[in-house]
Design a protein around this ligand. Structure first.
Ligand code: SF4
Length: 363
């Protein structure tokens, strides 16, 4: 799309938003680190009406992973096993250490781009156990599932910390201090789960939901659609990413998830157990389930370091600026909490793009 056309669309969306937004404060939430990057990078909060609070929720898979799971991977590494994981997880602080600190101490911990890389490492090291520490929402879980279903070598295992998106949205509604009146739903997750996955949620909570892509104009159109639904009192799901999101989602990926995993109650970092929010490896594949095969006991874990407000940031109840450690003791080069580590973490995004327009909007 040409720059002029895009500018026209943006101006038109901003005008529509001004016309549609009521006088009272409206809180709109998104649950995606990529959406937060778009919002922060393009200064969306500074161009929409002041009384729209556009709030980030728990959209960073690394941030929601409890210390217990990382401690578990660290204990496996201490036993001499090869641990592989995505780069985002590498530096996340756990109860006492991160995986990168363990690597500095001599553990064999490797960053990979896909679980298939881990399978290759397992094939090249037949005398060693190789554990893929799997994180992510429905975008990455099918890759892990496909690896598990591909008849991998006996020395390949998965430590699953996969989480699900819609339970995260439900968690927000149950924990937030100020009520969300509409959700911008993540385009990439929706490609996998489809618009139908949001239907029970939207109906149960009378919640306007708009699935959008990741350009600034996509988010603006999403906000316009939510405002229209609020004005007309017609909450439903609108798919503004039809070029890739289907009602039924990616049926092959969903079938893989069904065969490889079971939905279980899971812990979210500093927040606690969330019902039916995680993916455990199915019992047919338990020979590759690190949690079932290896006898690891974790007695005490620390999810939240003193002064860190990550749980409140993830629940949309607080902004990074309001944490006393933000950009003082806690910085991207010295992260205290997980939200400052991942490029999808809200605190890291705030540090990168600044945040003054955001603060103004939440007050
Ligand atoms: Fe946690 Fe650092 Fe964010 Fe504060 S600024 S909430 S310490 S990650």
């Amino acid at each position: 799309m040409g720059i002029t056309k895009n500018k026209e669309l943006i101006e038109s969306a901003i005008k529509s938003l001004k016309d549609l937004t009521p006088e009272e404060n409206i809180k709109i939430t998104h649950v995606c680190g990529t959406h937060e990057m778009t919002a922060s990078r393009f200064g969306i909060r500074s161009i929409i009406p002041e009384n729209i609070d556009l709030i980030p929720g728990p959209g960073c898979p690394v941030c929601v992973c409890p210390s217990y799971e990382i401690d578990y991977a660290i204990q496996l590494a201490k036993q001499g096993k090869i641990i592989t994981t995505f780069g985002d997880m590498f530096k996340v602080p756990a109860s006492r250490q991160s995986l990168s600190e363990m690597k500095r101490l001599g553990a064999d911990i490797r960053v990979v781009y896909s679980p298939l890389d881990s399978i290759e490492i397992a094939k090249r090291n037949p005398s060693k156990d190789v554990i893929f520490f799997a994180i992510g929402f429905e975008t990455s879980a099918p890759m892990t599932g496909a690896a598990l279903l591909s008849a991998p070598p006996e020395n390949f295992f998965v430590l699953s910390a996969h989480r699900l998106t819609v339970p995260a949205m439900e968690l927000l509604l149950k924990s937030e201090k100020k009520k969300t009146q509409g959700f911008i739903c993540p385009g990439h997750v929706s490609v996998m789960i489809g618009t139908d996955a949001y239907t029970p949620f939207s109906k149960k909570y009378n919640m306007p939901c708009v699935i959008t892509g990741f350009e600034a104009i996509d988010m603006l159109i999403g906000l316009v659609q939510i405002m229209k639904m609020i004005q007309n009192k017609e909450p439903k799901i609108i798919n503004e990413y039809q070029r890739v999101v289907k009602p039924e989602g990616n049926t092959k990926a969903l079938q893989i998830l069904k065969e490889a995993f079971e939905i279980v109650d899971s812990s979210w970092r500093g927040i606690g157990i969330v019902k039916k929010s995680g993916l455990a490896i199915s019992s047919q594949l338990e020979n590759h389930d690190a949690k079932k095969v290896f006898d690891i006991v974790i007695n005490e874990t620390v999810d939240v370091q003193p002064g860190c407000k990550c749980p409140e940031v993830m629940l949309g109840n607080m902004l990074p600026n309001e944490c006393k450690l933000f950009q003082k003791k806690c910085r991207p080069d010295n992260p205290i909490g997980p939200c400052m580590v991942s490029h999808e973490g809200t605190c890291a995004i705030f540090s990168r793009y600044g945040s003054t327009d955001m603060l103004k909007n939440l007050k």
